[in-house]
Design a protein around this ligand. Structure first.
Ligand code: SAM
Length: 259
């Protein structure tokens, strides 16, 4: 079952975007507040040039478009393995090929680094990538492939570039929902591994929940970066039921270094 879920991940995400189009995820308007690297006056630019973002598993562009709107100098390479998601990115009224290079690519492609470097060359006049963003994507990758995926990405960016990361943490509301009866009705939870906090949603996409140490270890194993990993907790109160809901995320910032 695990192998099948792994093999069918691309199809599951493509069906997800067929069903939800651009309506499921909200625009991520917070990214430049959380990460200095994504601010309009970006402090850390490789070679002091204009900012270029490489956004991984971009979905329909919920991270990319708010940033493009806020920062007129920004240019973005972005990719996803769902052809439907990339089609929606390219049909966005704000899509401008002078500022966006959106392409289909599978992070687990054995030649991932080479393919990425080839894709980056499709905009030969752009400066090198200054920031790599990995936002809610590592959790969609099976645990046995996570280090390989990170390594292939890190190898594709220049020394001095920054990496920003956010993903689900243990105990996040979405994690707890996999264990509650009520939500079992819609999420059909299926624990894919006893050794990991790894689940399959009802639509057959996968979700993984990380600890801070785990993310630190994954990036250390991938190599080529140094940085800080922290856990972020946002508390919300459900006014109707007076229950407290916690959103828990692991957030990290790294710099690409020589090893
Ligand atoms: C939870 S969504 C996050 C989308 C986007 N980063 C955002 O923050 O809105 C996870 C995304 O990762 C993509 N994804 C999962 N596995 C992938 C892979 N092996 N290669 C490329 N994209 C992948 C999915 O298609 C999906 O769009």
């Amino acid at each position: 079952m695990v192998e099948k879920t792994r093999r069918d991940a691309g199809r599951a995400w493509d069906k997800f975007y067929k069903a939800h189009e651009d309506r499921f995820f909200k625009n991520r308007n917070w990214t430049d507040r959380e990460f200095d690297e994504l601010r309009e006056d970006t402090p850390n630019l490789v070679h002091g040039e204009e900012p270029v973002l490489l956004e991984v598993g971009c979905g329909v562009g919920n991270t990319v478009y708010p940033l493009l709107e806020k920062n007129a100098k920004l240019r973005v390479h972005c990719f996803d393995f769902s052809p439907r998601a990339i089609d929606i990115v390219q049909k966005n009224p704000c899509y401008d090929q002078h500022r966006v290079n959106a392409f289909i690519h599978d992070l687990l492609d054995g030649q991932s680094t080479q393919v990425l470097l080839h894709q980056l060359k499709q905009r030969p006049n752009w400066p090198p990538v200054s920031t790599l963003s990995i936002i809610f994507v590592l959790s969609a990758i099976p645990p046995q492939d996570q280090v390989r995926m990170l390594r292939s990405l890190i190898t594709a960016i220049p020394l001095g570039a920054t990496v920003v990361f956010r993903d689900y943490a243990h105990g996040d509301l979405a994690h707890l929902r996999f264990h509650t009866r009520k939500d079992a009705q819609w999420s059909e939870p299926s624990l894919l591994s006893d050794a990991h906090h790894w689940y399959r949603r009802g639509d057959h996409t996968m979700a993984y929940f990380f600890s801070r140490d785990e993310v630190e270890r994954l990036f250390a194993e991938a190599g080529g970066v140094t940085g800080v990993v922290e856990e972020v907790v946002h508390t919300k109160v459900n006014r109707k039921t007076s229950t407290i809901m916690e959103r828990r995320f692991i957030q990290a910032q790294f710099v690409r270094i020589d090893t």
